[in-house]
Design a protein around this ligand. Structure first.
Ligand SMILES: *[C@@H]1O[C@H](CO)[C@@H](O)[C@H](O)[C@H]1NC(C)=O
Ligand SMILES: *[C@@H]1O[C@H](CO)[C@@H](O)[C@H](O)[C@H]1NC(C)=O
Ligand SMILES: *[C@@H]1O[C@H](CO)[C@@H](O)[C@H](O)[C@H]1NC(C)=O
Ligand SMILES: *[C@@H]1O[C@H](CO)[C@@H](O)[C@H](O)[C@H]1NC(C)=O
Length: 513
């Protein structure tokens, strides 16, 4: 998942030197290697072991609550108490062939009452985790994983998806059709916001369109596509400072952009991700989305690509606001490599693939420069802002750490996975393995996996008492898929993908009309 948090943009006017980047090593061969398959089988099994460890801890101490507190062996309900970790784990459990976990989750889904919660509901989080998790489970269990469990409860996934869509759809009942994100579902109320964020507005359309395509009721698709139409045709022109790159907030009253702050960071990120994924989902209906993604991708290469002065071989994405560039980035942003690789592969654009690999290499550098071999939550490379105690680190690594937390995020492993699947180059598979081993060594507790406070301290600093549900949905899934056999649900090179992953790593079956 990406989050809706966005950093305030500092008024900076520096941009990294434009030293030519030596081309990353890349196999012209795109056939996936079958060598050392036995050790890949062992690695896939090691990821299954880690999943089972976390699943057992969640079942023992937290189920049917939302998430495990992996240090105290308690639980939390940060996602409305509908069992977020169980629903988010479903598609991973299916792909791993874990019938016991799948049966437990299906029994649970049948019992969820989506009309009841005492907390505010996030339209975005609920869509990507719960709706995405259930729809993906339905697509997998009625498709390539049919027969894993008895059919009895599979239809419940679609019924409950429709129930959830019906609970949430009032959010779009605004003058512009741009939804409120913060909802009071029992009173059909909202948080009173006047704007909605780019990512939370633009990361609904895959799930809501899939819901319509599976149920035959066009309403859900129409609602999400009407909201998206304001993002595809940005008004006023100050909301699109570079072709295809748009601002961060949209007026709920009239659908206009209220700023022109541009980035691929948290708060903006998955809007760009979904533009190209909608085209993968259905190239006939979503050609306009693809055209917008291409514009954004070209502008990103031209305007946002940035190379640290001390490490001109690395590429990161800066952000832009009102004439100023901010030389900082986030773990969340590291989905960017995957997006360029997917778009480049689907559209046959080698320039996008090459740039995607540059971004992948930059994100790898944030991992392999730290003591734990895990990358920080955010970092910068502005030469005028290097903290005095990080000068030596910056000289060597090319960046300094702004937040040293690692909160079990998947984006770096996600982009390594796409790089491996699309180029077939084993180096990216090795990077997934290295990251997985480091996370297992640093974050593991007796009952699961914990966020850690400082990736550049031996042992990761202190453990944070939280295990986000996306540990199951994303970190475990991408780590497993990288080492697992080819399958219909795997990302494929070229334009013949059978599944497309939502931003929470839930694979949806593509719909070609
Ligand atoms: C939703 O609104 C109802 C009625 O005003 C109120 O009692 C309840 O506390 C609200 N729920 C949330 C999560 O704000
Ligand atoms: C959805 O949108 C299409 C195209 O605008 C329209 O023909 C159809 O009636 C709409 N369906 C619903 C249920 O709103
Ligand atoms: C560390 O990251 C850099 C930059 O991507 C890469 O060139 C190098 O191969 C990595 N080192 C290892 C040991 O993976
Ligand atoms: C993960 O950690 C557990 C517990 O320390 C260990 O038994 C297992 O071998 C580790 N897996 C990998 C792949 O390092």
């Amino acid at each position: 998942m990406r989050t809706s948090l966005s950093l305030s943009l500092a008024a900076l006017s520096l941009i990294g030197s434009a030293t030519a980047f030596p081309h990353p090593h890349q196999d012209s061969e795109t056939v996936l290697s079958t060598s050392s398959s036995s050790s890949n089988q062992e690695k896939a099994n090691a990821v299954k072991e880690a999943f089972q460890h976390a699943w057992n801890g969640y079942m023992k101490y937290a189920f049917p609550h939302d998430e495990l507190h992996p240090v105290s062996n308690g639980y939390g309900d940060s996602r409305n108490g509908w069992g977020a970790s169980a629903v988010d784990a479903l598609s991973t459990a299916i792909i791993m062939g874990n019938a016991d976990a799948v049966n437990t989750i299906l029994d649970h889904v049948a019992k969820i009452d989506y009309t009841q919660t005492s907390d505010q509901v996030s339209l975005f989080e609920t869509t990507i985790r719960y709706l995405g998790g259930m729809l993906s489970g339905y697509d997998l269990l009625t498709g390539p994983a049919s027969g894993l469990v008895s059919d009895d409860l599979v239809d419940t996934l679609l019924t409950q998806s429709k129930n959830l869509g019906d609970v949430l759809k009032f959010a779009f009942d605004t003058p512009s059709g741009v939804p409120y994100n913060g909802l009071n579902i029992t009173a059909q109320g909202n948080d009173g916001a006047t704007t909605n964020g780019l990512a939370v507005t633009g990361t609904l359309v895959l799930e809501w369109t899939r819901l319509s395509d599976l149920t035959g009721d066009e309403e859900y698709a129409n609602l999400s596509q009407r909201a998206e139409s304001h993002l595809l045709n940005p008004q006023p022109s100050s909301g699109e400072p570079f072709s295809g790159l748009v601002g961060s907030h949209i007026s709920i009253a009239n659908g206009q952009f209220t700023d022109g702050a541009v980035s691929w960071n948290g708060g903006d990120d998955s809007f760009y991700e979904y533009l190209i994924k909608m085209y993968v989902y259905d190239p006939k209906r979503f050609e306009e989305y693809k055209d917008r993604w291409v514009l954004a991708a070209e502008s990103t290469i031209e305007h946002l690509a940035s190379h640290p002065q001390t490490r001109p071989d690395l590429t990161f994405l800066s952000s832009y606001n009102n004439g100023n560039y901010d030389l900082s980035s986030q773990h969340l942003t590291c989905f960017d490599g995957a997006s360029f690789l997917l778009g480049g592969s689907v559209l046959g654009r080698q320039d996008f693939i090459d740039f995607g690999l540059e971004l992948v290499h930059g994100c790898e550098a944030t991992y392999n420069s730290t003591l734990t071999q895990i990358g920080p939550d955010s970092w910068g490379w502005d030469p005028s802002r290097v903290p005095s105690d990080q000068k030596a680190f910056y000289e060597k690594a090319g960046f300094y750490i702004n937040s040293g937390y690692y909160v079990l995020r998947p984006e770096v492993i996600e982009s390594f996975y796409y790089a491996y699947r699309i180029t077939g180059d084993e180096v990216y598979r090795d990077w997934v393995w290295n990251a997985f081993v480091a996370i297992n060594a640093t974050c593991r507790t007796d009952s699961g996996f914990a966020a850690v406070s400082n990736v550049n301290t031996a042992g990761g600093g202190s453990k944070d008492n939280n295990q986000e549900s996306f540990l199951f949905a994303e970190v475990m899934k991408y780590s497993y898929l990288t080492h697992a056999e080819d399958a219909e649900w795997q990302v494929q090179a070229g334009d013949q993908n059978e599944f497309v992953f939502n931003t929470e790593a839930h694979p949806m079956r593509v719909k070609r009309t």
